[in-house]
Ligand binder design. Sequence first.
Ligand code: ATP
Ligand code: MN
Length: 299
Amino acid sequence: MKERIPVEVDGLELELSNLDKVFYPQTGFTKAEVVDYYTRVSPVMLPHLAGRAVTLKRYPDGVNGEFFFEKECPAFHPDWVETTTVPSRNERGKVTSCVVENLATLVWLANLATLEFHTQLSRKAGEDRPDSLVFDLDPGPPADTLDAAWAALRLKEALADEGLECFPKTSGGKGMHVLVPLNTPLDFKRTKSFAHTMAQELEKTYPDRVTSVMRKELRKGKIFIDWSQNDPHKTTVCAYSLRAGTRPFVSAPVRWEELEEAQRRADAGALAFEAWEVLARVEDAGDLLDPVLKLKQSL
Ligand code: ATP
Ligand code: MN
């Protein structure tokens, strides 16, 4: 029989189940630890989730099991879970997505084996108003995370020439994400074309190491700067989300100096952060991506 444990989170009632189940066999990280991680990281993660339609990546049997990419908020959600209507991509249809506005919702979703939380760039579903711009830096093997960090640093310099500040996070996978806070009225047409131009510019400056073209055969050994993520329908993994890899790695905010240091030491491991490390870093420095929520910049 499935044991259900009733809990109260900020006055809201929910049930937890299967807490002993191992979700990351390589390290023995359990579902209880997933719920615990999201609870502890919530003070810095919730502001990045707030208002946004969230796409869930659920792994009911852990990282080695089957998974579901869910735009739709599970139909049996408690009435205190906020939802929003998102126009679906191809059909005329609409999808009702969850919006994670509070800790109880985060815990409820973690208990549904949501390991990854993916968000849109627009704070209001369906609105043509990205509040940040993202560059998704993807290494084409044998290029690796250190090459992505190198490209992120070059991108930072190019953006500084445009008078723009930007902030990096690891993807929790192989690459890096660079976020440019906007928080000013701009639409996706503008952000996407700006991102495309920047990617092409870097490709021109560093043709051996960077490409702005998606095609797999062209990225071999290079960093593909994916500018096309600046699209109303696309998502990027949310800051502080776990990833369903071999170990409980997180999409973790980092400092530019840490990218430089990792480069100097040729230490890719320095750019891979597990859940417990991220909690220690947050304890220490708070949310390194706080400016992404607040800083106003125009293109
Ligand atoms: P990596 O560093 O390994 O590339 P990533 O999270 O950047 O990790 P990408 O494959 O580059 O992964 O995709 C970028 C983002 O696009 C993801 O974070 C995710 O939000 C979204 N995405 C990728 N694949 C899918 C998919 N099949 N369906 C929906 N969204 C996706
Ligand atoms: Mn990527």
